[in-house]
Design a protein. Structure first.
Lengths: 138, 138
DNA sequence: ATAAAAGGGATCAAATTGGTCCTAAAGGTG
DNA sequence: CACCTTTAGGACCAATTTGATCCCTTTTAT
């Protein structure tokens, strides 16, 4: 359980690639897709989400493409994951104040704890850190 | 992301009910399903998994039903969740030693950390604790 | 104008989720 | 034994989600 989907994985790979480019360098979606080994049309959707959320900025037309909208050191893994997968939410009942049935939410506190912990782990990792980390082949 | 499915939620509700019964008391699946407000046939499948894994013991025929196979204080929330949802696995790459593409698994260590943390939270909660916890209506 | 990008909607196949149904097997009871 | 009760297990099914693809529009540089 709790698996990241392809979308999430692609999102991470794609934005890491962007973060590895020289500052200000514009990348085409085709270029990012090739480098990250992700289906291009799918990645395009992902980057649309990024753009809407202000993680990357996009420009159209000749010479257009994508650039990080903020320094990589200020973009957290959590933001990237949540951008495409929605909020970290181990159980629906963490949304409303009350749990579904007329009452018991014995596990509520546990899910809350899981949520808090996962969020804090993902918030502590920046895209910059990931982009600089060595590949661990083999 | 990371949402528990209905199956997981039903599993927890069902086994909590069992844990609330007087020791040794046999419960019918129909009874558990009604109490936990879960579709009976679906819950039956869930309890089949429990039985195979030795969380509950089952007996057939008249007077048959389900009982916890071990003291509720030795059954952790993690066991229950994993019984029906599979292992806590934030990313596939935590299975094999290497990550998919010829190399980079920059986020590998992060997912490992998430996995470890979640497992430890869920392992710290026993069904007994949940069964005794007060309902938090409203 | 035209070509090069991203934006956005529609669509689609495959997998997963959430369940039902039916028959078989096992265990009591008269 | 025949019969009833109860779980076991397999087949099946609808709805949703996932993982894409396609096509047309919009923006922008030349």
């Amino acid at each position: 359980m709790m698996e990241l989907t392809r979308k999430g994985e692609y999102a991470i790979r794609g934005i890491i690639y962007l973060a590895q480019q020289p500052p200000g360098r514009v990348s085409l979606i085709s270029e990012i897709a090739a480098a990250a080994e992700v289906p291009q049309t799918f990645l395009a959707k992902i980057f649309q989400s990024f753009a809407k959320l202000g993680l990357v900025s996009s420009s159209r037309g000749t010479g257009g493409g994508f650039v990080l909208a903020r320094p990589a050191s200020t973009i957290t893994l959590r933001e990237v994951v949540e951008a495409v997968e929605g909020p970290i939410l181990p159980n629906r009942c963490l949304l409303g104040s009350a749990c579904d049935r007329g009452g018991p939410c014995r596990v509520h506190a546990v899910w809350k704890q899981v949520q808090t912990e996962v969020v804090s782990i993902l918030d502590a990792v920046t895209i910059d850190t990931l982009a600089r980390s060595p590949d661990c082949k083999g």
